[in-house]
Design a binder for this molecule. Structure first.
Ligand code: GLY
Ligand code: MN
Length: 351
């Protein structure tokens, strides 16, 4: 962290984005401000977390009994005589920024320190990778169990509830995000919410799910068909699988993230489907489901060993349906290690 502060010409950084606070201190509560200078760190939280913060944190803790944490943190900034302090504009309300600015001397410069901690989080430690593997395996097991209940006649909501139930039974602290179950033409909505609609025969069924475990996340998407897939659905599926494998083959240390997206997009272009691929090829994941690196068409940066990313091309045809295939992937020195163990067959769901 000290190096990052020097590089950004900051005397100190004050962070309140909870995944960043957790990453640097271990604190898992819901309210904190972390002050960091080159040498020292100090965590502010409220009395609900007195015991928890002292048990979890490896930095000194100050409990603020009254008033906003930011007021106390700003007082400390003044006491230390810092002249240049970074705040996380990306995560901070405008009101909090103004409150800090008001509490400081005129001579103190507040700068945007967004992304400094996120950059450190991109390459995972062996412990973090182990935690992500556990979250991936848990979600895969829950998917297999819940799939027994997947058939024409059940509602999208019931299947999503079954998936969430199985994840909890297997020890997940929560779903990583709102589980997506989308059938028929609703599968053309990349972020469909499960609806009361009954899954019908001869339709696409898309499931996008992940588990949260020990603070870390997983993310996978699989697609089935209730009955024997129609030729149109099969063509779509085969094109997306080809694009997913092309993107996986492009994953290597030193490769530009935009090249990974390009590998999938050019495959889909050959099938005349690239215009229907309306999002990016993937994203980093760890303490958050979506974190750096972003793997968009226009994104900058290169892959490094230890990054954990998703590879998830999708094709969405309004009025018909969509197919997305998504794995959680570890970048290692040789290329991509696909962590998601689940088969990528076009699943035949009982109708
Ligand atoms: N699987 C959900 C997402 O990546 O947005
Ligand atoms: Mn994803």
């Amino acid at each position: 962290m000290a190096e990052a502060l020097t590089g950004a010409r900051l005397d100190a950084l004050a962070a309140a984005h909870l995944p960043n606070v957790r990453y640097l201190t271990g604190f898992t509560g819901s309210n904190a401000v972390l002050l960091m200078s080159g040498k020292r760190a100090l965590l502010y939280t409220d009395p609900r977390y007195t015991l928890q913060a002292r048990a979890e944190c490896d930095v000194p803790v100050r409990i603020v009994a009254q008033g906003p944490l930011w007021t106390e943190a700003a007082r400390e900034m003044r006491r230390r005589g810092w002249r240049s302090v970074g705040l996380e504009a990306q995560h901070l309300s405008h009101a909090a920024w103004l409150a800090v600015a008001q509490a400081l001397d005129r001579g103190v410069r507040l700068k945007d320190g967004s992304g400094l901690i996120e950059n450190l989080r991109m390459v995972k430690s062996p412990e973090e990778i182990a935690a992500i593997r556990r979250a991936v395996d848990l979600a895969a097991k829950a998917f297999t169990k819940a799939l027994r209940k997947a058939k024409a006649g059940v509602t999208e909501l019931a299947l999503a509830a079954e998936i969430d139930h199985q994840m909890r039974l297997l020890g997940a602290s929560a779903p990583a995000f709102e589980t997506i179950v989308a059938s028929g033409e609703r599968s053309a909505l990349p972020h469909a919410r499960p609806s009361p609609r009954t899954i019908a025969a001869n339709q696409i069924l898309l499931v996008d799910m992940g588990a949260s475990l020990d603070g870390y996340h997983s993310d996978m998407t699989r697609v089935g068909y209730t009955g024997r897939p129609s030729p149109r659905a099969r063509r779509m599926y085969d094109a997306v699988i080809e694009a997913q494998l092309a993107a996986l083959a492009a994953v290597k240390p030193g490769v530009k993230v935009s090249q990974v997206d390009a590998a999938a997009r050019s495959t889909l272009r050959r099938h005349g489907l690239d215009k229907l691929f309306t999002h990016s090829i993937g994203h980093g994941l760890g303490l958050e489901v979506h974190e750096s690196p972003r793997l968009g068409r226009l994104a900058a940066g290169t892959l490094e060993p230890g990054m954990v990313i998703t590879i998830e091309p999708g094709v969405y045809e309004n009025g018909f349906g969509g197919v997305r295939i998504e794995d959680t992937v570890l970048v290692n020195s040789a290329g991509a290690e696909v962590l998601t163990p689940t088969s990528k067959e076009f699943l035949e769901i009982p109708s």
